[in-house]
Design a protein around this ligand. Sequence first.
Ligand code: LLP
Length: 423
Amino acid sequence: MSPTFEYLDQTLHCEGVPLADIARQAGTPVYVYSRAALLRNAQAYLTAAPLNALVCYAIKANGNPAILRLLAQAGMGADVTSGGELFLARHAGFPPQRIIFSGVGKRRDEIEMALAEDIRTLHVESEMELRRIADIAAAQRQMTRIGVRVNPNIYAETHPHISTGLTAHKFGAPPETAVSMLQFAAQHPWLEPAGVATHIGSQIVDLRPFAQAAHFLADFADEMAGSGIRLAYLDVGGGLGIGYGEDWRLKSEDWILDTDPTDWVTAVAGPVQKAGYQLVMEPGRSIAGSAGLLLTQVIYTKHQGEKSFLIMDAGMNDLLRPTLYNAQHPILPVHASSFIPHPSSFDVVGPVCETGDFLAKARPLPPTQPGDLLAVMQAGAYGFAMSSNYNGRLRPAEVLVEGERFRIIRQRQTYAHLLDGCE
Ligand code: LLP
C-alpha cells in the first residue's frame, strides 16, 4: 500500500502528484484530496462491518459532489442533516433506501422532501417533530419509517463544541421520551418505528464510550421488543476520531487511518449483532479527514516582539477548525530541502481581520519565505465544508488526485459569486 502523502525528491506529493504542480495549475488556497485514500477509508469500514450493516457517510464532513459520487459507488449510504444534503445525496446517486435524515430541527419542506424521496428513515429528535412528521405522513397517506435519536447521557472526552451525548445538550430525546415516541409511532397508521440512534459526539478516539452507547442501544431496543415493538436497526452515530497534532506521523503505516476503524466497528457491532439487530454507522471525519489537505502559500513573513508570523493566503474562512476548536492540524512544508535543521516557532495566520484567524500557533517550521507552500494536513473533513466568504474572501478550489493525475472538482469562486442572489 503506497502512502497517500509522501516526500519524493524532497517535495511533498499526493499520490503521484507533486503538490507544487497543483498549486501552479489550481492556485492557492486549495483543498487537495486523494481518491485512493477516500476509497481506502470507506473500504475499511465496509470490510469491517457485518454483512447486513449499513455504513452511511455523514455528508456534513465533506459534501463535494465528486467525492459523494465516489462514496456512493463504493457502496456507502448517506447520513444527511438538511434538505441541501439530501439534495446532494440524491444528486450523487445514493439510493434512497440507504439515506438517513438526522438533525435536531427539520423544517416542514425538508420532511416533505424526505417523504417524496422515500428515504430509509427520518431520525426524530423531539415529540413536536414527531407529531409534525406524523401529520405530513397522514396528509400524504404515505407510510413513513422513523427512528428516534436517544440521548444516552454518556460522557465522551472531546471538545465541548462537538460533544453531543449528554442530557445538557440539545440533541436527541431522553430514554423515557424516546419510548413514548416509539409507542406513538407504533400506533400511528402512517408511521413505522424502524430503529433507534445515538450520536455521542465527534473526534472521539476512545472506543469505550462507543461500546457503551452500543450496549445502551441494544438494551433499549430489547426493552422495546419486550413491550411489543420490534425495531430493525440500531444506529451508533458518527465514527472514530482521527489523529491530529502530536500523534500524527507521515509514515506509511499510520498516515491513513491513524486509528484503524476495525476495532471501532468490532466494538460497536458486538452488542448490536448479539441482540440481533442491523447495525447502522454514520462516519464522516474518518472517511474524509485523512484523505485531504489544505495547500496554502506564504504571502509575507513578519517578526513582532518575540513573535514570528507566517501570513498565509488561507485563513479561518478556509479552515475554521483551529480557531473554533483549537484543533492542531499538522503543517508540512511542501519543499523539504530546509525541513530538518533548526526549526523556528511560527504563528501561522491568515489575512482575515480577526485575532482568532490562525491555522496554528507556536508551530516549529523550517525557515520560510514568501511564495513557499505549506500543507495543512488532516483537513479533508470539516474543512471546505465549514468555509465561508467572510471578509469578502472567495471559497477555495478543490482538487481530486488519482494516481499521477488530478482534476479540479470545484472551481475557486470568483468575485461574481459575492454578488450571487443579490439585487
Ligand atoms: N452523525 C451525526 C448525527 C452527526 O451529528 C455527526 C457529526 C456525524 C454522524 C459524523 O461524525 P464523525 O464521524 O465525523 O465524527 N465541525 C466539527 C465536527 C462536528 C460534527 C457534527 N456531527 C469538527 O470540525 O470537528
